[in-house]
Design a protein around this ligand. Structure first.
Ligand SMILES: [Zn+2]
Length: 427
């Protein structure tokens, strides 16, 4: 599967070249903001890259000294930002017009070359050479691991200007076999992401599915029976409702207990320290088909998991559910259209990279990722956190790490409650 790493490299450039880089960044930001302004003009915001290209390219070329590929990269940056605002609006979230001020600039292989010890970068005054400031040889660093590793191909980079210094964040990718990269690092914290739903009560980032059809069937039958008893309206009928209701609740409870037990067992089996759920508040608004009953069931399942997990030293958290169903857990592209409603609820299809897993499984991975992102920002450099997948883990950058040998998990099999899903988890 494909693994992506970004390696920050400090640059050593001559003073005159530093000036050129600064001017290039400033014209790049101007170009990106110009495209945003243009996209923003009408009532409907323009997000099509082709359209923005047609409408702004000549202006930007005329107004700046940027070379053609940098103009395109600025336009892409603008289009992506406008797209993400539009997506948030569709979610009902507030988002303002994007404006770029952070001194960064996007390079790709058409406007830069990336070598072992230096890069050449296109600027407003032609190409310049920037030497890498590298750590001492012999030490294991991200540079030796990814930058000089022939297995990793450089795909591009982003120039950053910070505290008077230039840094190139070099993006690399590699196709890595499952067995090759076991770091055996026990200090990593690992999270199991859980997506809740109606068809599938729970789906984990390890690819295990707990089918909800039995639960939904019982509930529908009970509602039918209650409806007809209520119509009768007698005291005896009322008493029957109460007694049937107690039996039903017992049945749901038993089911949810079983699921929670298996969920915690899953977390233990995969060495997880945290189980992450989406925030349960407002879950019915986000899940139009969910009934009051489902909200109750989710809450109860969460409580059971929380209580059982505590016993084995696993903590249980809730994360914000925003975009977990629209984001591609493989490449990060977030877009409403990634979830085509016409082709059924189960399908997630990334319109950018084509990744097409089961929608609930995709969401479960995103929930895990959300937890570890928030964990990394709040702990300020605490232990790294990974999301546990079926055969490996995913870290906050979306980097995939295969599981250590001997830990190749197979989806849990439980004849009555679990529907082991055959979805291939190769990333
Ligand atoms: Zn994707």
């Amino acid at each position: 599967m494909e693994v992506r790493r970004t390696v920050p490299v400090k640059l050593n450039v001559a003073d005159s070249d530093a000036n050129l880089l600064e001017e290039t960044i400033s014209e790049f930001l101007w170009a990106a903001n110009y495209v945003v302004d243009h996209a923003w003009k009408g009532e409907y915001k323009t997000t099509s890259k082709a359209e923005l290209q047609r409408e702004t390219y000549d202006d930007v070329r005329a107004e700046t000294r940027l070379q053609a590929n940098l103009v395109q990269n600025a336009r892409n940056k603008a289009a992506d930002a406008v797209q993400s605002v539009v997506t948030r609006w569709k979610q009902g979230d507030y988002a303002g017009k994007p404006h770029f001020t952070a001194p960064t600039l996007v390079y790709d292989k058409r406007c830069a070359t990336f070598n072992d010890d230096h890069a050449t970068l296109s600027t407003v005054g032609g190409r310049i050479t920037a030497e890498y400031v590298l750590p001492d040889e012999g030490r294991e660093t991200p540079h030796s691991e990814y930058l000089f590793n022939d297995d990793y191909e450089v795909t591009g980079g982003e120039l950053h200007y910070r505290d008077g210094e230039f840094y190139l964040h070099v993006r690399t990718k590699a196709d890595v076999e499952f067995e090759t990269a076991d770091d055996g690092n026990d200090e990593h914290r690992t999270v199991l992401g859980v997506d809740l739903g109606i068809e599938n009560v729970a789906v984990t980032s390890t690819g295990t599915f707990w089918n909800g059809s039995e639960l939904n069937h019982w509930h529908r039958e009970f509602e039918k029976r209650r409806g007809s008893l209520q119509q009768r309206g007698t005291r005896a009928a009322h008493e029957t409702i109460q007694s049937v209701g107690r039996t039903e609740t017992g049945r749901y409870d038993h089911f949810l207990h079983t699921v929670s037990k298996q969920l915690v067992a899953e977390a233990v089996e995969y060495d997880c320290d945290v189980i992450a759920f989406e925030n349960l508040t407002g879950i019915r608004e986000r899940m139009p088909r969910a009934k009051k009953f489902h909200a109750w069931a989710f809450r109860r399942l969460f409580e059971y998991v929380e209580y059982k997990a505590e016993v084995v030293g696993i903590s249980v958290e809730q994360v914000s559910p925003a975009y977990t169903s629209q984001r591609c857990s493989k490449c990060g592209f977030t877009y409403e259209g990634n979830r085509p409603t016409s082709s059924g609820q189960d399908v997630f299809e990334c319109l950018k990279c084509g990744y097409s897993p089961h929608a609930d499984y995709n969401a479960a991975k995103n929930i895990g990722l959300k937890h570890l992102r928030s964990a990394q920002t709040s702990s300020g450099g605490g232990a790294p956190v990974n999301v546990r997948l079926n055969r490996g883990t995913l870290n906050a950058n979306g980097d995939y790490e295969p599981a250590s040998t001997g830990q190749n998990g197979s989806p849990r099999e439980s004849p009555t409650l679990t529907e082991a899903n055959g979805e291939a988890v190769s990333e």
